[in-house]
Design a protein around this ligand. Structure first.
Ligand SMILES: Nc1ncnc2c1ncn2[C@@H]1O[C@H](COP(=O)(O)OP(=O)(O)OP(=O)(O)O)[C@@H](O)[C@H]1O
Length: 307
């Protein structure tokens, strides 16, 4: 299937007797910014190394950029830029020299690519500053610049958000969105901080103890973490009829005979209360609630552990 940039099929990876990745299958679509989310040690780096070809799986197969054979995967990896282990940037070189050195090393013919890439990552104006004098955010951006020099179809980044301050995170987000949109690059990145990844990615894989717990889209995650009004009433069925007929509220979920979650008109609490009372509904309580991303993540992982 050409619609996928990366497909992992039942991949398992062991170190000695230890299974670090167990039966993982994920599907990254072309054009995705795909986030691997998991606590430290969950197995994110291992997955990225497997995709990058730095290590090999013990079992399972993968498809990268439409290629499945050994030869094909090598070809696909030539169309992939990655920042998984340390980037090879020289501290005493400035940004331009670092990229020029890399360009020659990689045999990239077009000299203009250095300037264009520095501009793209917003480092052109500081291109005479030595790498060692860069802030962490600038270092990350030059690392990404190096990874996208060959204009890859796929970009793989391990924990690029790690250690960045809020401004650095915003800049990184803008940059990744720009690379994704302007160059059409599919991006896979990892993080242990869901809130930050949520701002960047459009699809997510939750990894825990080397296994995939859930693969979800941003919309699905939004849905799971949205605000709601929780109504406790004497008769949930009757209440929904009134919500629909009198208030035009169609977006709700009945939890049981007495509880309903409402997902729209959240700012019209007074009106909802008034209409329900007028229609003889006995309201036991009405509260606003929301599940934060982190709560969802913890629930997901906790739920899994206890299962
Ligand atoms: N070369 C190795 N030999 C043995 N065990 C390893 C090796 N590399 C990773 N591991 C183990 O595999 C597990 C997953 O590690 P991995 O680095 O993939 O996790 P991660 O989710 O990226 O976390 P982190 O953010 O801490 O790097 C860990 O328990 C780690 O100790």
């Amino acid at each position: 299937m050409k619609d996928y940039a990366v497909k992992l099929n039942h991949i398992t990876k062991t170190y000695g007797k230890k299974k670090v990745i167990e039966d993982i299958s994920i599907n990254v679509r072309i054009g995705d910014i795909y986030g691997l989310i998991g606590k430290n040690g969950a197995g994110k780096t291992t997955i990225l190394k497997l995709i990058s070809g730095l290590i090999r799986q013990n079992s399972g197969s993968m498809e990268i950029l439409g290629e499945v054979t050994e030869h094909g995967l090598n070809r696909a990896r030539k169309r992939t830029g990655s920042l998984v282990e340390n980037s090879y940037l020289y501290p005493y070189f400035d940004g331009e020299k670092n990229l020029e050195y890399y360009r020659i090393q990689k045999g990239l013919k077009d000299k203009k690519v250095v300037e264009e890439t520095l501009k793209l990552v917003g480092l052109y104006d500081v291109n005479k500053k030595k790498f060692s004098k860069y802030s962490l955010g600038m270092k990350q951006r030059l690392g990404i610049a190096q990874a996208i020099m060959g204009r890859p179809d796929l970009l793989i980044l391990d924990e690029p958000i790690n250690g960045l301050d809020p401004t650095g995170i915003v800049e990184l987000r803008e940059l990744l969105l720009k690379i994704n949109r302007e160059l059409g690059t599919t991006i896979i990145l990892s993080s242990h901080i869901l809130n930050e990844l949520f701002m960047i990615a459009n699809r997510y894989a939750f990894i825990h103890d080397g296994t995939l717990i859930e693969e979800v889209s941003k919309e699905e995650l939004d849905e799971k973490c949205r605000r709601y009004l929780k109504l406790k009433v004497n008769d949930a069925k009757k209440t929904t009829v009134i919500l629909e007929k009198e208030l035009d509220i169609l977006h709700y979920k009945v939890l049981n005979n007495n509880e309903i979650e409402i997902y729209e008109e959240l700012n019209n609490l007074n009106l909802i209360t008034k209409i329900l009372i007028e229609n003889n509904v006995e309201i036991k309580s009405i509260n606003e609630g929301a599940q934060t991303l982190e709560e969802y993540f913890i629930k997901l992982i906790g739920g899994y552990i206890n299962a």
